[in-house]
Design a protein. Structure first.
Length: 260
């Protein structure tokens, strides 16, 4: 099938291979990520050749520069109690395609080409999932799994889409999506907030399998009730106008994919 006849492609979309798209990688470095300098060096060594820009937020404060052909920007420390990531980190990315991931060792840059493939195939927003075939996780307590399943049911009913992993923060999207965002410094996990905005604006969303590895500083268990309540509020705030009628018609029928 040619690119022009792709069922998800708009007439204004470029076909794969037409022109050169630039790719920016936004990395979040949290407090307690071990030795950030050495760890970041190892991570940057794994960044695929297609990435030409890296934006670091929350990491070392030394000046940026060029590393192995990659332009590295350093935005300095960030108080993550105010929110997962400042909007400024995404705005600083200049690439046509933006990839977001954590720098704690739990996410692998080797997966980035898979995300970019789906963007080039006509999707607007590509997110990783630990709960579909090919995905897995190193540490995910039962309370978090139960909370995620409950929120997924709400998201499916409100937005009419079948997702399997709501708040995993490894994702990629087209640069214009950043201009639509109104991110708040409210502590909501960025993965969930980005997904909710993508659903709200009707973007073409794809999930790809992702393997969550053990983080360098060991397992972290955020406050499940607090996080769940904030994510639920975000889902309700961004709900489409027809959400109430969808809720009134009962469970979705014909949903595709695996359950969360």
């Amino acid at each position: 099938m040619s690119g022009d006849s792709h069922p998800l492609r708009r007439s204004t979309d470029r076909t794969p291979g037409s022109g050169t798209r630039t790719v920016s990688l936004v990395l979040t470095v949290r407090p307690g990520d071990g030795r950030p300098g050495a760890a970041l060096d190892r991570l940057l060594d794994q960044v695929p050749a297609g990435v030409r820009e890296v934006v670091l937020i929350g990491g070392p404060t030394e000046a940026g520069g060029v590393r192995d052909g990659i332009d590295v920007q350093r935005l300095g420390p960030w108080d993550f109690t105010r929110g997962d990531i400042p909007h400024a980190a995404l705005l600083a990315a200049t690439g046509d395609l933006v990839v977001l991931m954590n720098a704690d060792g739990s996410m692998s840059p080797h997966e980035i080409p898979h995300y970019l493939h789906y963007l080039e195939s006509g999707y607007d927003f590509v997110k990783g999932s630990r709960f579909i075939a090919g995905g897995d996780y190193a540490d995910y307590p039962l309370s978090r799994r139960l909370g995620q399943r409950a929120l997924l049911r709400v998201a499916r009913r409100l937005y009419g889409q079948h997702l399997t992993d709501l708040w995993y923060g490894f994702c990629a999207f087209r640069r214009p999506f950043v201009d639509l965002l109104d991110l708040r410094e409210d502590g909501v996990e960025l993965g969930a907030e980005l997904v909710t905005h993508a659903l709200h604006y009707g973007l073409r969303v794809a999930e790809v399998p992702s393997l969550e590895l053990p983080s360098r500083h060991g397992p972290t268990h955020p406050r499940t009730v607090r996080d769940g309540a904030r994510i639920l509020g975000t889902l309700l705030d961004e709900r489409p106008h027809n959400a109430l009628s969808r809720l009134a018609h009962g469970p979705l029928r014909g949903s595709r994919g695996s359950s969360g």
